[in-house]
Ligand binder design. Structure first.
Ligand code: FAD
Ligand code: A2P
Length: 268
């Protein structure tokens, strides 16, 4: 049986070819596609991608580009939503299939949206790690900051695996290897026992993450943060960051932290 999905006609100007697919769990997968030669983006931005629906109309959703801006291909990290209009189809893509990619990158999770600082925090739940998968592989991140902390929280250990393998690979990466010592990776689970547990909000407010990593608490003078998770997570983390004195910035007004939704949630 051919599992391939309905793909755009070859003449479609925004079609890209799938080059690799990897399934991480029943509900998570990543894939790589060819990159339009004219596409320029800043690490951390997102684009609209999708497939044609049964009526031949584009079915598009926002996706963070998980690969860094220097990569010759594009990588994405995706949820599989049961009965989700796009992902119930997208999860079946295979190398050689085509997807639609609108080459108009946008987003707030970019280095230019923050004031200069010493330490940069990436705070993510679930697929919210995707923009940081890009930024963690961009040399500019480490040229701008003395240290980087990646906090990623999921319910289970298996859901952390994409991020864990990515971080593990940085040490041997020809471009990033020399900076890998600057990155501290702090991954936790909340619903399965593991080496480190707890919500990002709790580990920040209790001071556990600072104690575990042997680093000083957050301070507006030195620390910058980028946040990407569910709406509830983003709201709660914002309150924690404001508690440390950090203020929310934007591309137009860089300050100490920026936020993006990892997805538009139920009823939001
Ligand atoms: P939809 O109808 O879009 O979603 C159905 C429901 O599924 C949502 O109401 C929500 O409750 C849940 N849901 C959707 N996406 C997620 C998710 N990622 N994690 C947990 N629950 C979810 N998704 C990714 O998988 N990877 C990305 O890099 C990514 N980047 C995004 C960037 C932005 C700025 C935004 C706004 C969304 C992003 N999304 C990402 C979500 C994506 O746009 C789609 O919602 C997702 O692909 C599901 O599409 P769907 O048509 O199957 O279901
Ligand atoms: P928890 O298991 O305690 O709810 P989800 O799968 O529901 O999107 O959640 C992904 C991760 O984000 C889970 O580990 C979850 O922890 C955590 N999380 C969900 N909501 C919040 C929140 N408001 N503040 C901090 N962490 C959250």
């Amino acid at each position: 049986m051919n599992d391939s999905v309905t793909t755009p006609a070859k003449t479609l100007p925004d079609a890209q070819i799938v080059t690799a697919v990897r399934h991480w769990t029943d509900s998570l997968f990543s894939f790589r596609v060819t990159r339009p030669r004219t596409l320029r983006f800043r690490s951390g931005e997102f684009v609209m991608i999708g497939l044609l629906d049964d009526n031949g109309k584009p079915l598009l959703r926002a996706y963070s580009i998980a690969s860094p801006s220097w990569d010759e291909e594009l990588e994405f990290y995706s949820i599989k939503v049961p009965n989700g209009p796009l992902t119930s189809r997208l999860q079946h893509i295979q190398p050689g299939d085509q997807i639609i990619l609108r080459p108009k990158p946008v987003g707030t999770l970019v280095l230019d949206a923050l004031l200069p600082g010493e330490r940069l925090w990436f705070l993510a739940t679930g697929t919210g790690i995707a923009p940081f998968a890009s930024l963690m592989r961009d040399p500019e991140t480490y040229e701008r900051y003395e240290s980087v902390v990646m906090m990623h929280t999921c319910r289970t250990v298996a859901e952390l695996e994409y991020g864990r393998q990515l971080v593990d690979g940085l040490r041997d990466d020809p471009l990033i290897g020399e900076y890998a010592h600057k990155l501290k990776y702090y991954a936790t689970t909340t619903r399965e026992a593991s080496h480190r547990m707890g919500r990002i909000t709790d580990n920040l407010t209790s001071g556990k993450v600072f104690a575990d990593l042997g680093i000083p608490p957050m301070d507006r003078a030195t620390d910058r943060a980028m946040v990407c998770g569910s709406l509830a997570f983003n709201i709660d983390v914002k309150a924690v960051l404001e508690g440390f004195g950090l203020r929310e910035g934007a591309n137009s007004e860089p300050l100490e932290y920026v936020v993006e939704k990892a997805f538009v949630g139920d009823g939001v």
